[in-house]
Design a protein around this ligand. Structure first.
Ligand SMILES: Cc1cc2nc3c(=O)[nH]c(=O)nc-3n(C[C@H](O)[C@H](O)[C@H](O)COP(=O)(O)OP(=O)(O)OC[C@H]3O[C@@H](n4cnc5c(N)ncnc54)[C@H](O)[C@@H]3O)c2cc1C
Length: 465
């Protein structure tokens, strides 16, 4: 049983580390929950993080780690239970080291992703994790959620970009894992366990990250495709012609473009079609990317896989194309989803999934579906909205049926109902319903072993025992 975080408890924490929570610490982007907290600890060093964790363990006070607050599954907010202590890494945002000759750098967990990207540029490379929330999201939060984003197809998710982590465990001990080794099979991979654990197994305080070469030539295009199946065939065509050089392949639905027109008419949309893909190629010097993209678009048209194409003529235009893709989640929020689903499936199952899910949703009621996302990774956001003139409140009683229909189908087709945003507090019941029982038992055993008092992010990922 945990105790609430009280003023008396706060007085035991290191001097100068405690503040009252601001609204930004308690709100979350989808507005589903409002968190509560007895206070916010803002430690300045790994030593202070360890002191805070030890104090929480001694007093049995829950800790909710907080990065930038951009998580989409409620892992960073705790709306019920004994008021926890929020532990924000925002004052630990420094560059610990950079090794250009090794294409590696070490950063503190509170550094925003945008600043991590700038630090990589500072040593002549690129940190390829890219998210619409990168100005606010922190690398600690990215690692804790094993964030994906738009360039996973080429560079992997953040786990693939991380060489080592430093973390404070639930007893206040420090795991000094800031290695720059590419090979280290000395026992269990604690780094990989902490990545994606959403603050339930340890507080990540710093990480060593891989930096990759920036492609010399980049081309971006929007291509209208006859169907999601054609989009997948186009992806195979692109990868066959340009192996390893397709950096992003994003599916865009005409419904999403309609939402943009409805809620953000200032966003210029260069190509409107029922289905389209945004393709980014990144090529080494001496391989002209624009010609490669034109060749791809022509081959796609000849094969009946593309009906129209616009190729960005400049970096500014490429950014405008990306702005369309990145505005879609905001437009979705303005329309107000009845239910949003972050799912992944084997690539070849995606077209049938979309057809079957559309049919299942139509059987429940009249809705608009905006299905979009990281097609190249098999990760789609299948989001269900009210028809024009109605609101999400009108469908309150149908939300559970919609979600269950989509998730049951995903599970039946061999997919995941928590593809890139994680489990947080939103999908605890889904994990229990669809998760592999042996995996769930192992997860509970790991949690009990590493956090026997259950103080780290109580109720996130796993229901509190
Ligand atoms: C507009 C928008 C677009 C997005 N696009 C994507 C996308 O394309 N791909 C994607 O994967 N995500 C995306 N996200 C989700 C979100 O940005 C990521 O989950 C991000 O990685 C969270 O980082 P954060 O610093 O904001 O973490 P927070 O939201 O503060 O926390 C997220 C989780 O991590 C834990 N945590 C935070 N910091 C630490 C730490 N140092 N140690 C241990 N645990 C910690 C928290 O307790 C919580 O469980 C998007 C979000 C928004 C708002």
């Amino acid at each position: 049983m945990l105790n609430p975080c009280t003023p008396d408890f706060l007085a035991t924490l290191p001097a100068g580390t405690v503040r009252a929570p601001d609204a930004r610490h308690l709100d979350e982007p989808r507005g589903r929950w409002t968190g509560q907290a007895g206070g916010v600890a803002l430690p300045r060093s790994v030593d202070e993080v360890a002191q805070v964790v030890r104090a929480c363990a001694a007093a049995r006070v829950g800790i909710v780690p907080w990065g930038g607050g951009t998580g989409l599954v409620g892992g960073q907010v705790m709306p019920g239970g004994p008021a926890p202590l929020l532990l924000s890494l925002e004052r630990m945002a420094g560059l610990r080291g950079a090794w250009a000759e090794e294409s590696a750098m070490a950063v503190e967990a509170g550094m925003t992703l945008a600043r991590v990207q700038a630090a990589a540029e500072g040593i002549g490379g690129m940190f390829p994790l890219t998210l619409a929330s990168e100005g606010t999201a922190t690398i600690g939060g990215n690692l804790a959620t094993n964030a994906g984003g738009t360039h996973v197809l080429r560079y992997g998710n953040v786990r693939a970009l991380c060489l080592g982590v430093e973390a404070v465990l639930a007893d206040g001990s420090v795991h000094h894992g800031l290695t720059r080794l590419h090979k280290d099979n000395a026992g269990y991979a604690l780094r990989d366990l902490l990545i994606g654990s959403e603050g339930t197994l340890g507080i990540i305080t710093a990480a060593t990250l891989r930096v990759v070469p920036r492609p010399a030539e980049v081309a971006v295009a929007l291509l209208a495709v006859p169907s999601p199946a054609a989009a997948l065939a186009l992806l195979a065509l692109a990868e066959g012609r340009l192996p390893g050089l397709v950096s992003a392949f994003e599916l865009i639905s005409g419904v999403g473009l309609g939402f943009l027109a409805e809620t953000m008419p200032e966003v210029r949309v260069p190509l409107v079609a029922p289905w389209s893909v945004l393709v980014e190629l990144g090529l080494p010097a001496a391989l002209p990317a624009a010609a490669a993209m034109e060749g791809l678009a022509m081959a796609a048209a000849e094969a009946g896989l593309a009906t129209d194409a616009v190729i960005a003529a400049s970096g500014v235009q490429a950014a405008q194309f990306w702005a369309v893709r990145e505005a879609i989640p905001l437009a979705n929020r303005r329309i107000g989803a009845v239910s949003s689903h972050d799912i992944s499936l084997p690539l070849s199952a995606l077209p049938a999934f979309i057809d079957r899910a559309d049919a299942a949703i139509a059987g429940i009621g009249a809705f608009r579906v905006n299905c979009f996302g990281h097609l190249g990774d098999g990760n789609l956001h299948y989001n269900v909205f009210p028809v024009a003139g109605r609101s999400r409140a009108d469908h309150e009683g149908q939300r559970e049926a919609v979600k269950t229909a989509v998730h049951d189908l995903v599970a039946a087709m061999g997919g995941s109902v928590a593809a890139e945003h994680g489990v947080g507090r939103l999908k605890v019941a889904d994990l229990e319903r669809y998760g592999d029982p042996a995996k769930l038992a192992a997860m509970r055993a790991i949690k009990a072993a590493l956090d026997p008092l259950g103080i780290l992010n109580p109720g996130a990922v796993l229901r509190q025992g």
